[in-house]
Design a binder for this molecule. Structure first.
Ligand code: URP
Ligand code: ZN
Ligand code: ZN
Length: 548
């Protein structure tokens, strides 16, 4: 764990070449000591990211605010074209062929490569207190990992403190001060009272929150009742905020856990057995119907099963405004891993809802390809093996969560593009554009257009990628995609107009990440008032009756 954290920090520090230019007078012995230290540091750096770190670092430091990406295929969700992209002061200024620039512009040759909007991960948990511990990645290490994998923005779930969402929001504002890339928050609502309602309003109107997550699972901690959920849905509708739901039947899960454990099934496989997909289907259907009853849009997070998918598909076919978000782990893996005889291996896959038996992931991929599901998240909620060991003799105590923020863009490329399931334009849509649209920040994010933020990736479809805990940037010591090898490599990540990842070198800066406010009444709310009045008309009520 420490090695990986160190890696990011060391790189960030070595990049500070300004120190090398200073003239400092020091005694000879001290000078020798400094030279020795320098040699040790170089050796460490060699083991970390190559001897050219210092040289690279200098190049990083002198980064210009002007970049020109030439010769690539620029891909947006709706079209792709051969074009150059000119960037200045963090914004995309021009997308055109053969752009001519002055000498002070850094040129990046993208011939034969795809130039695409940086990924946006709609679902992460940095530094989150959960199940008696805290997620291992914070807003700096998690984001550094994200940038190394081509994700340039994420929306993290801020948790309330003892039900207090205003206090929870403030604590996340503090945690996120160390950010090195752009981010926003969803706010979780875990109880209901007048203060929550008032604070929701303030968060939407003053703080740039436009989505609230309700947990129908995690009984005794985060779970809300249907009554509380209904109140929350009504408030979301009034505020133009998107209601999000973790859909599992929490009462049934609690009963299932107790029963499976009592049967002597104490290992990670018990996690899957105690909360089968029908409980996810039931809660998804219930949540959709409650949102339909209120006539407000609903976003179902981490859709893991065909049971949930069927509910979403049916509702969408009937015109209900429901968005389904699969996550990389659910698309890529199946539950056989939970039966691994090695606890450490099996426990790293424990998340909720659980990774499902073979067949579910493939169905989710198909739904993503045909538009029934709209975007891919990760639910990046990283716990190291020491933290997972808390549940060694009781699966109910294994902290729920898996990694993914660094891997999502490659996994989705492999599953969806390399397999031929979707076009590169669709890849952009499901990894970036749809998220920006749903959360109402398009085209500031999610597009390569003049005026958009310069968050860009360059993907070499002929490059190679191999995922491993040995090389990843998350702080955890395991990786659920260990050994995953594929064609296609995100060679360059540009965040806020700066090259932060280039051919294996990461250059991130603590504190430069910006909070991106999310405005309410996004596109999912368009025309809702008309539907409301149509429904009112259809009531044909109150009936005028003669007074006796
Ligand atoms: O296992 C998971 N998903 N952990 C994070 C919390 C949540 O439910 O999203
Ligand atoms: Zn959840
Ligand atoms: Zn989550």
């Amino acid at each position: 764990m420490g090695a990986m954290t160190g890696r990011v920090y060391v790189r960030a520090e070595l990049a500070d070449c300004s120190r090398r230019g200073r003239v400092v007078i020091v005694p000879l012995q001290l000078l020798q000591l400094l030279i020795l230290l320098q040699l040790v540091l170089s050796a460490v750096a060699d083991g970390i990211c190559g001897l050219d770190v210092d040289k690279e670092g200098c190049q990083w430091e002198q980064q210009t605010s002007k970049l020109l990406i030439t010769g690539g295929i620029v891909v947006n969700a709706d079209r792709q074209q051969q074009a150059d992209v000119y960037i200045e002061d963090g914004l995309i200024r021009l997308v055109a062929q053969n752009i001519k620039v002055s000498d002070d512009v850094r040129i990046i040759d993208a011939t034969g490569k795809f130039v695409m909007p940086g990924g946006i991960d709609p679902h992460t948990h940095m530094e989150m207190p959960f199940m008696g511990t805290q997620t291992s990645d914070d807003f700096f290490t998690g984001q550094a990992a994200a940038l190394a994998g081509g994700t340039t923005m994420h929306i993290d779930f801020a948790l309330p403190i003892d039900g207090d969402i205003a206090a929870g929001y403030e604590s996340y504002v503090k945690k996120a001060e160390k950010s090195c890339m752009d981010y926003s928050f969803h706010m979780a609502v875990t109880t209901w009272n007048d203060n929550v309602a008032k604070d929701m309003e303030n968060l939407v109107k003053e703080k740039g929150i436009n989505s609230f997550k309700f947990f129908l699972a995690y009984k005794g901690s985060l779970m809300v009742t249907d009554e509380q959920f209904l109140q929350g849905l009504r408030k979301c509708k009034e505020l133009g905020a998107l209601a999000q739901v973790h859909a599992e039947n929490g009462d049934a899960v609690a009963e299932g856990q107790a029963r499976i454990f009592a049967q002597g099934i104490t290992g990670p496989e018990g996690h899957a057995l105690s909360r089968p997909s029908l409980l996810e289907g039931e809660a998804t259907g219930r949540a959709i119907k409650l949102a339909q009853f209120v006539n407000t849009p609903l976003y179902v997070v981490h859709v893991m099963s065909t049971d949930a998918l069927d509910e979403i598909s049916r509702a969408r076919a009937a015109g209900v405004r429901v968005v389904g978000e699969p996550v990389a782990s659910g698309l890529a893996l199946n539950d056989s891993v939970l039966w691994d005889p090695d606890f450490m291996t099996a426990s790293k896959y424990v998340m909720s809802p659980p990774i499902r038996p073979a067949g579910h992931g493939e169905a989710l991929q198909a739904a993503l390809a045909n538009g029934v599901l709209q975007l891919v998240g990760t639910d990046h909620c990283a716990f190291n093996s020491k933290q997972k060991a808390a549940g060694k003799s009781d699966f109910r105590l294994i902290p729920n969560g898996v990694n993914g923020i660094e891997e999502r863009m490659h996994i989705v490329w492999d599953l969806m593009v390399n397999s031929g399931r979707v076009s590169v334009m669709d890849y952009v849509r499901i990894t970036s554009t749809a998220c920006a649209q749903i959360f109402n920040i398009y085209p500031q994010k999610g597009a390569i257009l003049p005026g958009s933020d310069a968050d860009i990736i360059i993907m070499n479809p002929k490059g190679n990628t191999r995922i491993s805990a040995e090389t990843h940037h998350s702080t955890i010591d395991t990786n659920i995609y260990e050994g995953w090898s594929m064609k296609g490599n995100i060679e360059t990540t540009i965040s806020q107009g700066k090259v932060v990842w280039d051919k294996g070198h990461l250059n991130v800066e603590r504190g430069v990440g910006r909070y991106i406010p999310l405005p309410p009444f996004g596109p999912l709310f368009d025309g809702l008032d008309k539907l409301d009045s149509a429904q009112l008309k259809a009531f044909r009520a109150p009936v005028q009756r003669a007074v006796e």
